[in-house]
Design a protein around this ligand. Structure first.
Ligand code: FES
Ligand code: FES
Length: 151
């Protein structure tokens, strides 16, 4: 089947199988570098994208589901070459080491701060429960998100 959707603001058309996941199509067919394959089973958050503004694991989403929809990866948060506030905050707070978890972390933080601009620590930890990081110990990530919340 052929599907059409917006990817980070650009129109995309691609042939997919009914069983293809969105993650497979983004990485293998379109060559997107701003999503990562981690567990492939909805446990790590490395593959997260926004679909019509809602957080989704692209490893658990069939590609056909996004036909006619809008998919945003972390790359789509920058505007005219300018990083978004949350992306800058991750850089400033050394919140990315290997960077594998970073796309999902940033998208999760963006959605959280849109809903709740001043989250408590508990709300932050709850929001990040679906995103695993093996490098940072989470503290720099929490600091980055809090720094945006303070602004
Ligand atoms: S690769 Fe999708 S949640 Fe881990
Ligand atoms: S920075 Fe390496 S997994 Fe999070």
């Amino acid at each position: 089947m052929r599907i059409r959707f917006k990817l980070d603001g650009q129109d995309v058309e691609v042939d997919v199988k009914h069983t293809d996941t969105l993650l497979k199509v983004l990485k293998d067919k379109i060559g997107v570098g701003s999503v990562n394959f981690g567990c492939g089973e909805g446990s790590c958050g490395a593959c997260m994208v926004l679909i019509n503004g809602r957080l989704r694991y692209s490893c658990l989403t069939l590609a056909g589901y996004v036909d006619g929809k809008e998919v945003t990866t972390v790359a789509g948060l920058a505007r005219d070459g300018e990083l978004s506030e949350i992306q800058k905050a991750f850089l400033e707070n050394d919140a990315a080491q290997c960077g594998y978890c970073t796309p999902g972390m940033i998208l999760t933080a963006k959605v959280l701060l849109e809903k709740n601009p001043t989250p408590s620590d508990e709300e932050l930890f709850d929001a990040l429960a679906g995103n695993l990081c093996r490098c940072t110990g989470y503290i720099p990530i929490i600091n980055a998100i809090k720094s945006v919340a303070k602004r």
